[in-house]
Each structure stands twice: as structure tokens, then as C-alpha cells.
Design a protein around this ligand. Structure first.
Ligand SMILES: *Cc1c(COP(=O)(O)O)cnc(C)c1O
Length: 469
């Protein structure tokens, strides 16, 4: 019997990917985000190959044929749904390198190289955002996991205050940990609390309006009334309009009442890169823990988040795993497996390191400022269009607006905008998603892809308006 794995021509199969890459990347500027006609191709993924295998060349050829046609081309410049960046050339090449080298970034002994790249990358990110030198962190899979990481550290800190070692003994017997936030708190912070055993309902929301702006007075009254320490979640960049909690004021409250301040800055922390927006994140350097994404505004591949802690030793408390004789796990300097939720992990530091090394602070400041300008351009086009209505200020990179054609009664607008959102996704030329802002169904395009140009913004508005008609 032949051995299909040993017979593989690795060079040929890698060349297939290489040869497909340049035309695909070149096509992104013009192709739709999703070609509705490509859906039937997905059926070809489950053909009858499992028993014998069809060989590398046929398999990779098929994957490329299906993927380049039926994939969501969110790496391209007109995907404005969620908050999704693309991938820079240096990050893409470094991501390929990460797969080539196949490092396990768990322990210094499994890869001193990956551990060191991660340490350098984290140091650069810390510098980029102006965080004090004492801050340390870990790369994690996403901002959800970064929220999990920061809130896990907060949980162990809070347990200590109750005289309990939560890492060893868990939460059993303890009262509910008070978690206070404004209305901007992200669903993934709730999910993190859910995963940590606090329950997603544990967040007490203090908002002063339907938009979710934090009610500082009510939040302070609650802090003053609590018998013990609390956790405050600050939101630096909320997803509907890109607004910010006043992080500095939350840091004051945390100081005054001995609370832990966790800040979710998934994409908003990038405001620190431009003097035009740096004021929005003032105070983030006083947080106890910070959650961020790199796969959004840094434009590196998934899965890339990072968490920073003011006292990085707390990561080892939350994520150490002593007791396995074969692991170097009793030494927190032994690797990032003991400093974050994952154990074995890919070298996701390589694309972060590479894109920062390639483009530097200057490149990222220019990109962020380009996006700030594009968001203002979009806001202006919305304001000028008689059938569109902007619903919020545009402090950063998200423009929240709705369709409001003449003659449509107010009570019909939510339905119309929901249908518009669905029509955009069905059409596929541009992507944006709907939300509910201040009680009204709205679109909320987010601009964070390095490839996006003024022409892409103009196209977006044209497509939206043509679908309204
Ligand atoms: C995107 C986002 C998250 C979750 O990020 P994932 O990378 O999808 O896990 C959390 N908070 C905010 C504010 C976000 O924008």
C-alpha cells in the first residue's frame, strides 16, 4: 500500500497557494464582499474523499477554488460589518511563517523563539498605546478572551479580598462579585463573566439614557453603598457609534472606592495613536486590566487579541497550572501558557511583531487618521443625502445612521431599516450590519481596514441608497 502522506510534493502544494495569492489579493479592490452565486460551491467541501484521501494537490486546489470564490472577502476594502480589519502584507507573510515554523508558543522550552517574539510584540503594543512600563500581558485568541483574562485576574483579586484563593478553591460559598458598568458594556464581557462562573447577569448597568451613556453618579452611589470591593468595566470604544465611557472618571472612582477597573478597548484603544483622538482614551493607563483586539484595527489575521495588566504577576495567579510533573509550569517565566487561558498555542505573535516592525507607529498613526477622515467623509455623505439620517456623533471610525426616505411614517422605519440591512447582505457588494441605537434600528458601518479608500466609502453610500430606492 502506498503512503499518500509520504508521497506528498510539499513544494508543489505550497506553490499552488502562492500562485493563487497574488491574483486573489489583487482582486479584492473590485470584487464584491460576498458573491451570492458562490453558495452552491460549499456543497463541494463534503465530497467522498475521507476513506482514501484525494492527495494534496487535488485537495489544496479544491480548497483554493472554493475558498477564493465562496469566502467572505472581508480582507477587502468594503466589509463594514462588525469591526473587522484586513491583513497587512507583512502580517500575512508572517502568519504564513508561523505555520511554516509550527511553533508551540506555550513554553520557553517548546519555543524560546516564539516566547521572545511575543515578549517583544507585547512591549511594542504597550509602547504604542502609551501604557506605563509596569504593564505586562499575554496574547490571547480575541477580545472575548482578553475580557476573560482581565476579568479572571479581577476575580482572583476580589477573592483575595474575601480571604479565598479562587484559583485553588473556586467561588463556592462566596457572595456574588459586584460588577458595575455603563450601558456600553459589550456582550463578550458578559460572556467572559458567564465563563468565569459569575453569570452574565452579574453586570449591574448604570446608564443615563437609552444610548447607554454611563451614569457616573448612580455608579458612584452604588460603589459607596457596597460593603466590599467591586469590579468596574469601562468601555473604550462601543460598537454602535464608537463612543467612549469617560475612562479617567471611572479610574477616579476605582481609586476612591478601591475597585478594580477593567477597560474593554477592543478597537477603541487605537484612538491613542492619533493626537486627534487620544483624549478619548485618557485614563486607560490607570486601568487594572485592559482587553484589546489585534485582528480588528491592527489588521492582522485571526485569532489575535491581547490583555494587559497593571500588575502582570496576577496573570500567573489566575492561569498557572502547577502540579503536572512533566510541565515547566511552576515557573511563571517558563512561558505564556501560564499567563493566559490557553496552554498549547500558535505563534500568533509573529504577524503582530512583523506588522509593527514593518510599518511602525508612523504607519499605524497614518492608517488610523485615514480611517478617521473616511468616517467623517461617510458622515458628510449621510448628512447630504435626503433619504439618510445620521443618529450619532462620529468620534472615531463608526457611523451610525438609518434610512429615512420622505413619506415613510416613523413607525415603519425600523422595519424598513431591517430589510435594508438584510438587502445589503443579500446583495453582497458591500457589507454593513444593523443595530438598535437609542431605540431605533440603524446601520453602523465600521471603517478599520487598511485597504479602504474614499471611493469605497462613496460606493457604500451609492449601494445603500440604490437599495432604499
Ligand atoms: C469585537 C469586540 C469584542 C469581542 O472581540 P472578539 O475578538 O470578537 O472576541 C469585545 N469588545 C468590543 C468593544 C468589541 O468591539
Amino acid at each position: 500500500m502506498t503512503d499518500p502522506l509520504l508521497d506528498t510534493d510539499a513544494e508543489a502544494v505550497l506553490r499552488q497557494v502562492h500562485d493563487a495569492a497574488a491574483p486573489y489579493l489583487d482582486s479584492l479592490a473590485d470584487r464584491p464582499v460576498l458573491d451570492p452565486a458562490s453558495a452552491p460551491l460549499l456543497r463541494e467541501l463534503s465530497t467522498d474523499v475521507l476513506e482514501k484521501g484525494e492527495g494534496s494537490a487535488a485537495t489544496v486546489g479544491r480548497l483554493l477554488r472554493i475558498g477564493t470564490a465562496a469566502g467572505t472577502h472581508s480582507a477587502g476594502p468594503r466589509f463594514f460589518h462588525f469591526v473587522i480589519g484586513g491583513v497587512t502584507p507583512a502580517a500575512l507573510a508572517a502568519d504564513w511563517t508561523a505555520s511554516l515554523l509550527d511553533q508551540n508558543a506555550a513554553f520557553r522550552t517548546s519555543s524560546a523563539f516564539a516566547t521572545e517574539v511575543e515578549t517583544v510584540a507585547l512591549g511594542w503594543l504597550r509602547e504604542l498605546f502609551g501604557l506605563p512600563e509596569s504593564y505586562g500581558g499575554a496574547l490571547v485568541a480575541s477580545a472575548t478572551f482578553a475580557n476573560f483574562t482581565g476579568l479572571a485576574a479581577a476575580t482572583h483579586w476580589w477573592g483575595e479580598r474575601q480571604g479565598v484563593d479562587v484559583a485553588a478553591d473556586g467561588l463556592a460559598g462566596l457572595p456574588r462579585m459586584p460588577v458595575l458598568s455603563g450601558g456600553y458594556v459589550h456582550a463578550s464581557a458578559r460572556k467572559a463573566l458567564q465563563m468565569l462562573g459569575h453569570g452574565r447577569q452579574s453586570v449591574e448597568v448604570y446608564a443615563r439614557d437609552r444610548v447607554g451613556r454611563v451614569d457616573l453618579d448612580a455608579l458612584e452611589r452604588r460603589l459607596a453603598a457596597l460593603p466590599g470591593p467591586a469590579v468596574i468595566i469601562g468601555n473604550a470604544g462601543e460598537v454602535n457609534a464608537g463612543d467612549f465611557d469617560p475612562v479617567d472618571a471611572l479610574a477616579d472612582l476605582a481609586e476612591r472606592y478601591g475597585a478594580w477597573l477593567h477597560v474593554d478597548g477592543a478597537f477603541g484603544i487605537f484612538a491613542a495613536l492619533s493626537p486627534r483622538t487620544a483624549g478619548l482614551v485618557r485614563g486607560i493607563e490607570r486601568a487594572d486590566s485592559i482587553a484589546c483586539d489585534a485582528h480588528k484595527w491592527l489588521n492582522v489575521p485571526y485569532e489575535s487579541g491581547f490583555a494587559f495588566l497593571r500588575d502582570p504577576a496576577r496573570l500567573g495567579v489566575a492561569f498557572g497550572m502547577p502540579g503536572a510533573a512533566y510541565l515547566p509550569a511552576d515557573d511563571p517565566r517558563g512561558g505564556y501558557a501560564m499567563l493566559g487561558p490557553e496552554s498549547s498555542r500558535r505563534a500568533r505573535s509573529l504577524p503582530i511583531w512583523a506588522t509593527l516592525a514593518a510599518y511602525g507607529r508612523a504607519g499605524y498613526q497614518a492608517m488610523v487618521e485615514r480611517h478617521l477622515d473616511l468616517a467623517q467623509r461617510l458622515a458628510r455623505l449621510v448628512d447630504e443625502a435626503p433619504d439618510l439620517e445620521r443618529l450619532a456623533e462620529v468620534p472615531l471610525c463608526i457611523v451610525c445612521f438609518r434610512a429615512r426616505p420622505a413619506g415613510v411614517p416613523e413607525e415603519a422605519l425600523d422595519g424598513l431599516n431591517r430589510r435594508l440591512g438584510q438587502a445589503l447582505l443579500d446583495d453582497g457588494r458591500v457589507f454593513a450590519g444593523t443595530t438598535v441605537y437609542d431605540g431605533q434600528v440603524a446601520l453602523r458601518p465600521a471603517i478599520v481596514n487598511w485597504r479602504t479608500t474614499e471611493a469605497d466609502i462613496d460606493t457604500f453610500v451609492e449601494v445603500v441608497r440604490s437599495l432604499i430606492r
